[in-house]
Design a protein around this ligand. Structure first.
Ligand SMILES: NC(=O)c1ccc[n+]([C@@H]2O[C@H](COP(=O)([O-])OP(=O)(O)OC[C@H]3O[C@@H](n4cnc5c(N)ncnc54)[C@H](O)[C@@H]3O)[C@@H](O)[C@H]2O)c1
Length: 358
C-alpha cells in the first residue's frame, strides 16, 4: 500500500516538473519573440526609403486606370481610399529597383532656370523620367540632355497657354505615369539697381506676371491631375516666395532695402499661388494627390539679376547669405517624397530665417 502511495507521489511530482518545465520553456520562447521585435524596432532605419516594387499586373492596372481617368473624374466619397495606409510607389533609383526603368515621370516647369535645373537633376537622380519644360526650348533640351539616367525630355513652350500645358502633361504621361509636378516657372521683373515704380507697371506687365506666376502653374496642375495616379504616390510642389507674405515695392526712388527689388505685382502673384496651393490640396486630397509649396527668400540664380549678394539687402537675412538652389531643391524633394505622406496644403520657407512667421 505504502509502495503504491509512494509510486503515486513520485508520478505526481514528475508530472508537476514536466508541466513546470514546459511552462518555463513557453515563457522563454515568448521572451525571444519579444526581443526579436524590439531588435527590429531599434535597428537603424535605412537612409533611403524605397517602396516595394509592384507586381506587373498591379502596375498595369494602375497605369491603365490612371491613363483612362476621364476629365474631371472625382472619386465618390464612399470609394475614398484609406489615407492611413502607406503611400505606394514613388519613383526610386534604378539601382535600388534592380531595373533601368523608373516607373514615374516628373514635370519641372521653368526647368531650364536656376532652381528648376537643379530640381530636375535631383529628380533624375531619384529615378524619375524628367520632362524639363521651359519657354526657352533650346535650354530645356540641353538641360534634359545633361541629366543623369535615361529617358528625359526637353519641352519648349510658353506655359501661359493651357493648350501647351495639356501637351506637356500628355508628353510626360507618354514616358510614365506622372509622379511629380514641380512648378518652378516664374518671372520677377526688376530694373537694374532699383525697383520698378508703381507708375511703370502697365497693364501688360501686370497681366504677364500673373499669367506666368499664377495661370501657368494652375493650368498645368489642372491638366496633369487628370492623368496622375491616385495611389498616394503623386504630388505637386509650387515654387512660392516669401514676397507673397512680405509684399514688395516701397516709396518712389527706393533702392533695395528694406523693400524687395521685384515689381510689386510679383508678391501679389506669389500670394495668389500660395492660396491656390491650399485650394488645390483640398481639391485633390480625395485622389491622394498632395499639393505643397516651397517659399524661398533670395536664391542665387539668374532671377536675382543685378541684385548684389552682399551689402544691406543680405544683411536683413539672419543667415547673412542667399540660398543656393540645391537648398531649395532639397525641400522640394522632401515634399515629393513618402516622408511627407501626410503633408499637404502647406509650404516650407527656405529663407535663412528672413520672413516674419505668424
Ligand atoms: N531666385 C530667387 O531668389 C527666388 C526667390 C523666391 C522664389 N523664386 C521662385 O522660384 C522659381 C524659380 O526661380 P529661378 O530663380 O530659378 O528663376 P529663373 O529665372 O532662373 O528661372 C525661371 C525659368 O522660367 C522660365 N519661364 C519664364 N516664363 C516662362 C513661360 N511663360 N513659360 C515657360 N517657362 C517660362 C524661364 O525661361 C526660366 O528658365 C520661380 O517661380 C521664382 O519666382 C525664386
Amino acid at each position: 500500500m505504502s509502495g503504491r502511495r509512494s509510486f503515486g507521489a513520485t508520478l505526481g511530482i514528475t508530472a508537476f516538473w514536466i508541466a513546470a518545465t514546459v511552462a518555463a520553456l513557453l515563457v522563454v520562447a515568448r521572451m525571444g519573440d519579444y526581443r526579436t521585435l524590439e531588435g527590429e524596432r531599434s535597428s537603424p532605419r535605412p537612409r533611403a526609403c524605397h517602396w516595394p516594387r509592384r507586381r506587373p499586373a498591379e502596375e498595369a492596372a494602375l497605369t491603365s486606370s490612371a491613363l483612362s481617368a476621364p476629365r474631371g473624374r472625382r472619386t465618390p466619397t464612399s470609394e475614398v481610399p484609406d489615407m492611413t495606409t502607406t503611400p505606394a510607389l514613388p519613383a526610386r533609383s534604378p539601382e535600388a529597383a534592380g531595373t533601368s526603368t523608373p516607373e514615374r515621370s516628373a514635370i519641372v516647369t521653368g526647368g531650364a532656370g536656376g532652381i528648376g535645373s537643379v530640381i530636375s537633376t535631383r529628380l533624375a537622380q531619384s529615378g524619375y523620367h524628367v520632362v524639363v519644360a521651359d519657354v526657352d526650348g533650346a535650354r530645356a533640351e540641353a538641360t534634359a540632355k545633361g541629366l543623369p539616367g535615361e529617358g528625359h525630355l526637353g519641352f519648349g513652350g510658353d506655359l501661359t497657354s493651357s493648350a501647351v500645358n495639356a501637351d506637356l502633361a500628355a508628353a510626360a504621361t507618354g514616358l510614365a505615369p506622372i509622379g511629380a509636378v514641380v512648378n518652378a516657372v516664374g518671372i520677377s521683373p526688376k530694373r537694374e539697381g532699383r525697383k520698378i515704380e508703381l507708375d511703370e507697371i502697365d497693364d501688360a506687365l501686370f497681366h504677364q506676371v500673373m499669367a506666368v506666376n499664377v495661370a501657368a502653374p494652375f493650368f498645368l496642375v489642372r491638366e496633369a491631375a487628370r492623368l496622375m495616379p491616385d495611389d498616394g504616390s503623386a504630388s505637386v510642389v509650387n515654387l512660392l516666395s516669401i514676397a507673397g507674405r512680405t509684399g514688395t515695392g516701397g516709396p518712389a526712388g527706393t533702392l533695395y532695402p528694406p523693400f524687395l527689388p521685384s515689381a510689386m505685382v510679383y508678391g501679389a502673384s506669389k500670394a495668389a499661388l500660395a492660396n491656390l496651393t491650399i485650394s488645390l490640396a483640398h481639391e485633390l486630397a480625395e485622389r491622394r494627390i498632395r499639393v505643397n509649396g516651397v517659399a524661398p527668400g533670395f536664391v542665387q540664380t539668374p532671377m536675382m539679376g543685378q541684385v548684389p549678394p552682399t551689402g544691406p539687402i543680405v544683411e536683413q537675412v539672419p543667415a547673412r547669405r542667399y540660398a543656393r538652389p540645391e537648398e531649395v531643391a532639397a525641400a522640394v524633394e522632401f515634399l515629393l517624397s513618402p516622408q511627407a505622406s501626410y503633408i499637404t496644403g502647406t509650404s516650407i520657407d527656405v529663407d535663412g530665417g528672413w520672413a516674419p512667421r505668424a
